[in-house]
Design a protein. Structure first.
Length: 323
């Protein structure tokens, strides 16, 4: 099969794994929209040639780009979030949408616990303390024990369940908040997020982003978490009212926070970076060699399955599944 006869795929932006770009180019006729000097003009001239799109959860796909692709049949997204991807516009066109859940659960849950331990025990801060030579003159401040505490999980999906599994090793009591009780879950269910925050020592966010969860964690929830409580966010920055969080941290109305995601990435507010009771990581919860390779494999498999059978292997909920 020549390049001209391969399915034409529009890659919206650069992908996190260069090897994936090479593999896509070997199997499909790929053009990258981000490489075009004038993306709008490129879509106007060539949009009708593409039957597939590859994107990422952070880049997404807007309705106007979907509209510029009249022959679009399939979207394969690298990631589990689809709040940046206009699912309604894709469904209205009957476009198949694949994504990469499941394979990143462990690494995201691992980082949630890493943030929890770091903000409680000051691991990164104590590393800086030693490197600055301050150990010779002073003792490092006392931390907070994690083991045996109460862990509240917001969003008991695959990642939330992986966090709960790890909590067992720390002898933590676990409760959770969802839109509804999770089927088959024996953990304590809290119908009210505020009640969960009031109960918990640690509130871990693993809920999906999007309009339905925007600022789910607001000033009321943070006040309920209280001066001994910690917030850990490995979900989406939009889930938290960032201004309210900064105020709660600065005023010590909560003990601290571990944040992997932010409202306007990669722009982190100076006020947040100036605080000493927050640990910040650059949206790297799934950023391991093993997980990124598994995600890349699913991106390819979703495209391969579609062009072979007419359905992606792992569809976004609410879109068509593989027979």
């Amino acid at each position: 099969m020549t390049t001209a006869t391969l399915p034409r795929i529009l890659q919206i932006g650069r992908l996190p794994l260069p090897a994936l770009e090479a593999e896509l180019a070997a199997q499909f006729n790929v053009s990258c929209l981000a490489d075009q000097p004038n993306p709008a003009a490129f879509l106007a001239a060539h949009g009708a040639q593409f039957s597939g799109v590859v994107t990422t959860a952070s880049i997404g796909l807007k309705a106007d780009v979907i509209a510029a692709l009249p022959q679009l049949q399939v979207i394969s997204s690298f990631g589990v979030g689809f709040d940046a991807l206009d699912i309604d516009a894709a469904k209205a066109r009957g476009v198949q949408v694949g994504y990469t859940p499941g394979v990143l659960n462990d690494c995201v849950a691992d980082l949630a616990f890493g943030l929890m331990l770091d903000v409680s025990r000051g691991i990164a801060a104590s590393d800086r303390f030693v490197r600055r030579g301050e150990w010779r003159q002073a003792k490092f401040a006392l931390g907070t024990r994690v083991s045996g505490k109460r862990l509240g999980i917001v969003g008991m999906g695959r990642i939330g369940q992986a966090v709960a599994e790890r909590a067992a090793g720390f002898r933590m009591e676990v409760g959770y908040h969802n839109r509804r009780p999770a089927e088959g879950c024996a953990l304590s269910y809290f119908e009210s997020l505020t009640a969960l925050a009031q109960w918990a020592d640690y509130l871990v966010l693993t809920v999906a982003g999007g309009a339905g969860t925007r600022h789910l964690v607001n000033d009321d929830v943070l006040s309920a978490l209280g001066p001994n409580g910690y917030l850990i966010n490995v979900a989406r920055g939009s889930v938290v009212d960032e201004a309210a969080l900064i105020a709660a941290l600065a005023e010590r109305r909560i003990a601290g926070a571990g944040l992997d995601v932010f409202a306007d990435e990669p722009n982190v507010p100076d006020a947040l970076m100036a605080l000493d009771n927050v640990v910040l990581t650059p949206h790297t919860a799934s950023a391991t060699h093993e997980t990124r390779r598994a995600m890349a494999d699913l991106v390819l498999e979703n495209l391969q399955a579609f062009y072979a059978t007419g359905a992606v292997r792992v569809p976004v909920p609410g879109t068509a599944a593989l027979p």
